[in-house]
Design a protein around this ligand. Sequence first.
Ligand SMILES: Cc1ncc(COP(=O)(O)O)c(C=O)c1O
Ligand SMILES: Nc1c(O)cccc1C(=O)C[C@H](N)C(=O)O
Length: 397
Amino acid sequence: MTDFAATKAMFHLPQGMIYLDGNSLGPLPLAATKRVGAMMQDEWGEMLITGWNKAGWMKKSSDLGDRVGRLIGAEPGHVVMGDTLSIKVYQAVASALDLNPTRKVVLSDNGNFPTDLYMADGLLRSLGDDYELRVVDPEAVVDNLGDDIAVLMLTQVDYRTGRMHDMQAITEQAQAKGIVTVWDLAHSAGALPVDLAACNADFAVGCSYKYLNGGPGAPAFIYVAPRHADQVRPALSGWLGHEAPFAFDLAYRPAPGVERMRVGTPPVLQLTALEAAMDIWDMTDMAAVRAKSIELCDLFIAEVEAQCPELTLASPRDGQQRGSQVSFRFHEGYAAMQALIARGVIGDFRAPDIMRFGFTPLYTDEADVHAAVDIIADVMTNNLWDRPEYKIRSAVT
Ligand SMILES: Cc1ncc(COP(=O)(O)O)c(C=O)c1O
Ligand SMILES: Nc1c(O)cccc1C(=O)C[C@H](N)C(=O)O
C-alpha cells in the first residue's frame, strides 16, 4: 500500500501548474531544500574536508545505490551512483564487450535515446575498425541476435512512445546466444517494477533526475550482476574505483564488486538532494505505483481520444506494454505543446511530431488528469496553438 496523497504533499508543485513532465525532470521534494541547506551549512561549512569521514560523504554513492537498487530488483551491494548516464552507458558497454572478447558487434535499436548510440559509437571507434554498432528496428531486435553480437544495448522503455521491451524474455534469448546485455533504465526506474535479479540481467544503468526526483544533474546509477562484479575491467579506471584510493599507488587495481565502477569524486550536494527524494521512495511500493500509473495513463488516453480527434495515440494502448508516459502525434505538436505550457500544462515535445506526457503517481492524481485534458481540449478544439510565438523553437525542448 502506498498513501499517494501523503507522497504528493511531500513535493513542491507550483501553483497553477499541472506537471506532466516528471519523466524528464522530477519535481523538488520539499525536504530537499532543508536537507541540502543543512548539508551545506553544517557539513561543508563546518566540517570542510573532514566531512568526507565525519559526514559519510564517501559512502553516499553506495548507500544510495542500494536504495535505488530496491526499486529495480538489484541484489544489495550491486548498484553504485555517480557520473552522468552517458558515462555509465560507456562504462557498461565497455565492460560488457570485455566479457565477450571474440565478438565485435554491439546491437541496439533505433528507438534508443541518441546518447546511448553516440556513446557506443565513440567507444567502438576507439577500439578499432573491426568493431560495429548495428542499429535495427525495435521489433527486429530478437531476429538480429546473431552469433556475431557481443553486446545487446537496449533502453527498456522508448523515450518517445513509451513502448516497452520485454526485459526478461529478451535477456534470456540474448544470453542463449552468448550475448551480454546492457539495459538502460532511464525511463523505468521509479516508473515501473523492474527485477534485474529475476531477469538475470548482466548490466543496467539509469538516471536519477527523472522518476526518482533527484533534481537537475542528479547522478546516474550502474548495476553489475553479482556473477560479473569481481570480473569486469572498468574502462574508466578512476581513482575512486581503485581498491585503495588513498594508498595513491601508481598501478590501478580495481575495487571489489560494483565499487570499481566509481570514477571520480562523487557529487555530494546532488546525492544529498537524492537522499530526500529516496526518503519518499522508501514509503512506496512499486506494484502500487505501477497500478496507479496504468490507471492514470488509461484515463488520460480515454479522455484525450474522446475530446481531441486531432491527436493520434503514439503509445501502446495496452498499459502492460507501456512505460509511465503517454504520447500523441500531432503535425504541429511543438506549437501545441507551447500553447499548453503557456496555460500551465507541462509536457514536452519530441521531434518530429510527438507530444509527450509523463504520469507519476507520487504527485499526480485523477483530478490533475481531468484538469489537464480540459486545457488540452480547449487548445485543440479552438486551434489555440496556431500563433507565431508558439512556433519559435527554444534550445532545450
Ligand atoms: C534513455 C536515456 N539515456 C540517456 C539519457 C541522457 O543521459 P545523461 O544523463 O548523460 O544526459 C537520457 C535522457 O536524457 C535517456 O532518456
Ligand atoms: N537530461 C535532460 C537534460 O539535461 C535537459 C533536457 C532534457 C533532458 C532529458 O532527460 C531528456 C530525456 N532523456 C528524454 O527522454 O527526452
